[in-house]
Design a protein around this ligand. Sequence first.
Ligand code: UD1
Length: 355
Amino acid sequence: MDVLHIVGARPNFMKAAPVMRALAEKHGIKQTLVHTGQHYDANMSAVFFEQLGIPAPDVNLEVGSGSHARQTADIMCRLESVLLERTPDLVLVYGDVNSTVAAALVCSKLLIRVGHVEAGLRSFDRSMPEEINRLLTDQIADLLFTPSAEADQNLGHEGIAESKIYRVGNVMIDSLIRLLPEAMKTNLDHLPDRYALVTLHRPSNVDDEQTLRFILDSLLEVNRELEVVFPVHPRTRRRMGDLGSHASNLRLLGPLPYIEFLALQRRATLVITDSGGIQEETTFLGIPCLTVRENTERPVTVTMGTNILVGQNRHKLGQELCQIIEGKWKRGRVPPLWDGHAGERIAEAVAGLNT
Ligand code: UD1
């Protein structure tokens, strides 16, 4: 069987790695890796391949950045000829980025079977580009690999047949479990004992100047209590450039490699983020997480984990920060099937398919 994987953006890489590893153990499965080039800087892409042990892509579509329409359309046009030439039996797409939905659309028109890894997540907020990507990808996918019972229910409500759904667990946590021992060896002597680790890149938080300025002001307030360590995403860096030295008191870093970032999360007093994956990683690590969003497509991190949604409410952020500093934060549990074996369960299902 020929399986072709599509990756494009940073959060795809830690999800594809365990699936590729597990499929490599199966007999008779040939794998091809296509990188769309949605993320292209070495520190957003190549370093992740290296650390996660992902083979170099067989094809790079080199689409680069652009508006949503342009980026999605470029991926579709360039991928179509690759799929026509390689005729895979199955294409696997990951997460909720533009590369995910673009590839799923091309496959469905070419009648190539497509599997969606991390299916069924919903924020129910259609102003988020990722929510549109998730909804559309799940509607046209043939196999839906879900992390939780909640995701299965979401798909059920949208009329997806149960026979297409495989509950496999959280594949991103497979990578975390495998590389945590490596991360623990990272030297963090240059950092204070206690710090708040921050990441921000959602368009709704960083694209509007006033909103970004407001959030940076909140971080400056946090910084009075606890040093803020902030690896800055390129999208955010560009927007912050427009604000001059507004954040110059914060410890700003460039985007970090997977292992170094994991080390920083593991040692943090708390994490402040608007990322999806980091809400899950902190829940697994048992580190308090304050999420600068009104909603989450990963509600289990709130109901079972260490995550609290604070939105853009500076008062709530301050209150929760005080609780954490005083050691009075809610402890969480690790959700079911976050056990390091989700990739193997996907490989099992794929190996059982008829070609
Ligand atoms: C994308 C995903 C988002 C994911 C995030 C993780 C979509 C719609 N969004 O958002 O779900 O959480 O990746 O990082 O797919 N840039 C660089 N170098 C790069 C890549 C991007 O400088 O290697 C800059 C460019 O200025 C670009 C901007 O970052 O315009 C945004 O990149 P893009 O891929 O469009 O979206 P992200 O914000 O990274």
